[in-house]
Design a protein around this ligand. Structure first.
Ligand code: GSH
Length: 224
């Protein structure tokens, strides 16, 4: 088995984080290739790995897979011990639905609260963005109320649904979005996960700033 994951900047690339976290939490060994976003040769560099021109990209023994959801489906097919879906059919349906909702939606959150792990600042929220934030928090609350007795994640045990929402928790932290209980349990589980802490630490040391004002110094505590 030889797995290579092509990712963008840890500080900015939420889709890279999802694929990377999936591999890490699945216990799969992989090599990492870094292609820096928003540089002059980005398109040329990423095109060496995928025709779609976006990260993340997985290369599995010569087979190339792109898009975070395709990468997770592929790995789950090929490596049965990989992170999967909840066992209960109703919870499975719900987990699939909220994961698809995340993958295809929440555009105002993505635009207004772009992933930038190093910053701590507030920003003005449009009604649309606030509605989407409320929707995310309702999802987390409902899942925690239903499955919280079984473990710290949305469906108790860690699943693909958690992978999809981890970067949203990091955005809420960056932009000081208040998260009421019990939805906040998901924030705490995310920030306590060693692989997330590992990603966040590396994001702090990355150079590129993309014109955002990163306002966390290197020595500042980031994990709250
Ligand atoms: N639907 C894709 C989204 C991938 C994506 O938009 N990746 C961003 C980085 S987080 C990217 O490569 N952006 C560069 C570009 O669009 O040129 C997925 O789930 O992987």
């Amino acid at each position: 088995m030889s797995l290579t994951l092509v990712i963008g900047n840890r500080n900015y690339s939420s889709w890279s984080l999802r694929a990377w976290l999936y591999l890490r939490e699945s216990g799969l060994e992989f090599e990492e290739v870094f292609v820096s976003l928003h540089t002059d040769n980005w398109r040329e560099e990423v095109a060496k790995y995928s025709p779609a021109g976006r990260v993340p990209i997985l290369i599995d023994d010569g087979t190339t897979v792109w898009d975070s959801t395709a990468i997770m489906s592929h790995l789950l097919d090929r490596y049965p011990g990989a992170v999967g879906w909840p066992a209960d059919p109703n919870e499975r349906a719900l987990a699939r639905s909220i994961s698809a909702e995340m993958h295809s939606g929440f555009l105002a959150i993505r635009e207004t609260l772009p992933q930038n792990i190093r910053i701590r600042r507030t920003t003005t929220l449009s009604d649309v963005c606030q509605t989407q934030i409320n929707r995310v928090q309702t999802i987390w609350r409902d899942c925690r109320e239903r499955c919280g007795h079984r473990g710290p994640w949305l469906f108790g045990d860690f699943s693909i649904a958690d992978v999809m929402f981890v970067p949203v928790a990091l955005r809420f932290l960056s932009y000081g979005i208040p998260v009421p209980e019990p939805a906040a349990e998901f924030m705490r589980a995310t920030l306590a996960l060693p692989s997330v802490q590992d990603w966040v630490r590396t994001a702090q040391d990355e150079g590129l700033a993309l014109g955002f004002v990163d306002n966390l110094g290197k020595g500042d505590m980031i994990l709250g």
